[in-house]
Design a protein around this ligand. Structure first.
Ligand code: FMN
Length: 190
């Protein structure tokens, strides 16, 4: 797939078929992800790929962030219908058969911590684009970070920083295309 096309057409998928993607496809996606740049080339990430009972047990814990999500959406005046869609997605991650969890090293220095988070985000975007190129849907999620400690404890990684998770699998529903906003882009000195 052409790079610009992949960047433009990747979407956040919130409905999945139950079919498990082949392991070699998931491995290709992860191998592409780890070629992300990283601050001081620390490569501070770890990736957990969960299927079967591990996926189910993890998703059950993710649902514990729903109460918090409700409060947030109420405060943001999101319409009831939109709120229910979000809640439904968080209840079972759209039925995705696999969940990928990205964590980064926790470090004391705030500058390096910032770099680790940005490095993890670069890995995440690589992962999403590679999955899209393989015909797989994903949805970058930080909502579950409201219960980060519980999720990290479940993974046996209590001292790491939870960056984000994504469900991954074959999409069951074409997602909408949220339009991009006009944001300032300044060209100085041209
Ligand atoms: C840092 C980050 C966190 C996100 N967290 C969530 C989330 O918790 N739940 C969710 O449904 N979508 C989440 N998203 C997906 C965004 O809602 C989505 O990217 C945005 O609406 C644009 O849609 P698109 O990805 O289809 O272009 C997140 C995206 C990013 C980059």
């Amino acid at each position: 797939m052409e790079l610009y096309e992949a960047i433009r057409n990747r979407r956040s998928h919130r409905f999945y078929k139950p079919d498990l993607p082949p392991r070699e496809v998931l491995e290709r996606v992860i191998q592409a992800a780890i070629w992300a740049p990283s601050g001081t080339n620390a490569q501070p990430w770890q990736i957990d790929v969960l299927a079967g009972r591990y996926r189910d047990e993890f998703v059950e814990r993710v649902t514990h962030c729903i109460a918090h999500m409700r409060e947030l959406m109420k405060a943001a005046n999101i319409p009831e219908k939109g709120q229910e869609l979000v809640i439904k997605f968080f209840q079972n991650l759209g039925g995705a058969p696999v969940v990928i969890v990205v964590t980064v090293d926790k470090v004391a220095d705030p500058g390096m911590m910032e770099a680790n988070i940005q490095s993890g985000a670069a890995l995440m975007q690589n992962l999403l684009l590679a999955a899209h190129a393989e015909g797989l849907g994903t949805c970058w999620m930080t909502g579950p970070n409201y219960v980060a400690q519980e999720l990290l404890d479940y993974l046996g990684k209590p001292d790491r920083h939870l960056l984000a998770i994504t469900p991954i699998g074959y999409s069951a529903k074409e997602p909408p295309v949220p339009p991009r906003k006009e944001r300032e882009i300044r060209w100085l000195g041209f």
